[in-house]
Design a protein around this ligand. Structure first.
Ligand code: DGJ
Length: 728
């Protein structure tokens, strides 16, 4: 893994050049290079299209200052700039030493190359010039996907405590350029998550963040920066922070054309006390470079999530078609009602039956019950087991909803432990949805929750839990912790660690368990949570018009197998328009198909049609869940009038295309759909899936990609189709 070659093309992996004191992280299509200056400072030397070797790499040198206002250290492309000296650009770290010094001076010590989590890893050790403080920067290289995964670990090697006031995962620098760049982010709110936003980057700082203790729906911790890229062409830098709490991502550009991106755990109200020999590890900040446009970034993220993030063995198994009872029954949960729904669901070919909120004591509305994770004897006089057995008899797995981090003041748990939540003694405890947040940083709270959830899963044959989280943290106090000499600002991190610990424990004890991460929809859908969950509930908004935008946004990061999408009843959208069941199915079938409608109200025709689509989904889910996804027509670009998505096996032998036309006020024919990624010389058989299957036609890959295919959409509104394309 090391070479000092000046002539050959360096192979993908990590290479060190000892004379130059620099490293090249080489991926299939990109190079990321760092080097040490003679003063021992670590600089980024290059990031972009793959370079042959070290020969042309610049020396690591601090640039000359431009003026006493534009000082050298601020202009330097430091890999991990810490607050200290003349640094006024983006910072990665800030600390307070015991003697009151708030200035850091990190210098390179040594390096090692190894392997972690199946990827080659470079570890660069930095140490403060004076104080006993060490930072190890980790760079893992995913060569296949052109990704660099960075994180940092801080260690107090002395005796006096050190307060970490900022602990970002990484700072990334883009090549200096005058040509204007563009920033793409995902913004939203509850029931309107992950909408694509684009803005020109001017000399300024743009910050996106969450201060809620969860990633939140106002922004997703992801960015993409391009100059003139489109869906399939052009250079794009992109990245995401794998953290399920408050996060912060800053993009700063100078008039002279330098752009830096910094991100990690949000520094707002953050502190972490490092006592003697203690370390603090940041979450991963994954970033990459693609030359084939936004679709190039999407494919890379999807592969990375499937190969390196999602838990095994579930990541290699087909995700089941699920039924969820929430929209049908809300809190009106009974054994009989759920059994009837399960019977109907089974006849459709549903594989996993999930009972949502409302199964535990006092949960007849959202004002009581959270925290008491016991089966309600009134709703289930015989316990939960008869229902589970019935579901199993019907050939389905059983899943259940929980919201472990929450407590209603009206609950036995809160009455017994009012101190188990975040609170400041003299302040009121703010409720949202009538609930308070449990301090899951506390070991006793973790043990309590594991003590209830473990038997709930083990004793009842639960295969799936939907883990919900319906409000942000507030009054982030922990009086007992403060009384014992600690700093309660740690709770922002301890909360996330607590959630991870509980999930990891449950998964270790129940290796076949799957978890869905839900947070009132898609407020916690980051790659940190996906390391221990299998899918996310992407939004409470199941309206197909809204869904196309939400699903397009989330597709920049998450593959089809993780994106939960239910078919629900219309009218359910508060504007009372009817959308064909077919269209609703087609929108949900591009992700992890679920049914959320009230099946007892579905007509025989609806049921018959649902069977057709569920059966069709099972035929194509290997492509939808794990194939390459191409957004052939962006709903954002077409302002929601139409959209088309193609999913393709990596060998391009099989594809499926979904096309949606919401409205057609001018009775125009829809332009032919031009495919991506097929083999030009191969011939393909194209079949419309579902009810009105038209006879198959045969065309070459080249024709499908360049001339395109006229879609059988007619002229009506809410027209849609699914095309199954197989190489002959
Ligand atoms: C919010 C979730 O997003 C919904 O799907 C449902 O589970 C409710 N919570 C239940 O309270």
């Amino acid at each position: 893994m090391s070479a000092n070659q000046f002539t050959d093309m360096l192979a993908p992996g990590i290479h060190r050049h000892s004379d130059k004191n620099s490293w090249m992280l080489v991926t299939k299509h990109s190079t990321y290079a760092v080097g040490i200056t003679s003063e021992g400072l670590l600089l980024q030397l290059y990031w972009g299209t793959r370079l042959p070797n070290f020969a042309d790499l610049p020396e690591a040198q601090i640039p000359h200052e431009r003026s006493s206002h534009d000082v050298a250290l601020t202009l330097a492309r430091e890999e991990f700039p810490a607050f200290g000296g003349l640094r006024y650009g983006e910072l990665a770290a800030e600390a307070l030493f015991a003697d009151g010094t708030r200035d850091m001076d990190l210098r390179y010590q040594d390096a090692e190359i190894g392997e972690r989590q199946g990827l080659p890893e470079l570890r660069l050790h930095l140490r403060d010039a004076i104080y006993p403080f060490e930072v190890i920067l980790s760079y893992r290289v995913d060569s296949e996907n052109d990704l660099i995964i960075r994180s940092a670990s801080f260690t107090n090697t002395g005796k006096e405590p050190i307060v970490l006031k900022k602990a970002f995962s990484a700072v990334w620098h883009l090549p200096q350029q005058f040509e204007q760049r563009r920033l793409t982010t995902l913004a939203g709110q509850w029931a309107q998550e992950t909408l694509v936003q684009q803005r020109p980057i001017v000399a300024d700082t743009v910050q996106i963040e969450s201060r809620k203790g969860i990633p939140g729906s106002n922004a997703y911790p992801w960015f993409a920066i391009d100059t003139q890229a489109n869906e399939h062409q052009g250079e794009v830098y992109f990245g995401t922070i794998a953290w399920s709490g408050s996060w912060n991502l800053r993009v700063s550009t100078r008039v002279s054309g330098e752009t830096a991106i910094a991100g990690g755990i949000n520094e707002h109200d953050f502190a972490w006390i490092l006592t003697a020999n203690q370390s603090f590890e940041t979450p991963d900040f994954i970033a990459g470079f693609a030359r084939n446009g936004f679709n190039g970034t999407r494919q890379r993220m999807h592969r990375y999530v499937r190969e390196h993030v999602l838990p095994q063995p579930q990541a290699n198994q087909p995700r089941p078609v699920l039924y969820n009872s929430w929209e049908a029954t809300t809190f009106d949960v009974t054994e009989e009602g759920q059994s009837k729904l399960a019977e109907r669901a089974a006849t459709l070919g549903v594989e996993l039956f999930v009972i949502d909120d409302g199964w535990f004591p006092a949960r007849i509305h959202d004002r009581a019950g959270l925290g008491d994770w016991r089966v309600d004897p009134q709703k289930f006089p015989r316990g939960l087991r008869p229902l589970v057995e019935r579901v199993h008899e019907l050939g389905m797995q059983f899943g259940i909803w929980v919201e472990p981090e929450m407590v209603n003041p009206d609950s036995d748990l809160y009455r017994a432990h009012p101190d188990w939540i975040y609170y400041f003694p003299e302040r009121p405890r703010s409720e949202a949805r009538n609930q308070l947040v449990l301090n899951v940083g506390r070991k006793d709270v973790q043990e309590y929750l594991i003590g209830l959830l473990d038997p709930l899963i083990g004793d009842h044959g639960v295969s799936f839990i939907k883990w919900d989280m319906n409000r942000p943290l507030s009054e982030p106090g922990w009086p007992e912790y403060v009384q014992s000499g600690h700093d309660a600002r740690e709770i922002w991190v301890r909360h996330v660690q607590g959630v991870y610990t509980i999930m990891d424990t449950l998964r270790a004890r129940h290796p076949q368990l799957s978890i869905e991460s839900c947070s009132g929809g898609g407020s916690r859908a980051d790659l940190g949570i996906l390391t221990r969950t299998d899918q996310v509930w992407s939004s409470d908004n199941t309206h197909p018009d809204a869904r196309l935008f939400i699903q397009e946004g989330i597709s920049h990061i998450l593959p089809g197998r993780t994106m939960g999408a239910w078919v629900t009843d219309t009218p359910s959208d508060r504007v009372w328009n009817e959308i064909p069941l077919r269209y609703r199915f087609h929108v949900s079938m591009m992700g992890m198909l679920g049914i959320g409608g009230h099946l007892l109200h579905w007509s025989d025709e609806d049921m018959a049609e649902a069977r057709i689509w569920i059966d069709a989904y099972k035929q194509i889910r290997h492509i939808v869940q794990d194939g390459e996804q191409h957004w052939l027509v962006s709903p954002t670009a077409s302002q929601g009038t139409w959209a088309a998505v193609e999913c393709l096996t990596p060998d391009a032998r099989e594809a499926v295309a979904f096309a949606y036309r919401r409205t057609n006020p001018f009775w125009n024919t829809t332009p032919p759909l031009r495919f991506q990624g097929l083999q030009p010389d191969a011939r393909y058989r194209i079949k419309t899936m579902g009810q009105s299957e038209t006879p198959a036609i045969e065309l070459s890959g080249a024709t499908l990609m360049h001339q395109g295919l006229t879609l059988p959409l007619g002229r009506s509104s809410y027209a849609s189709c699914i095309l199954h394309i197989q190489q002959i």
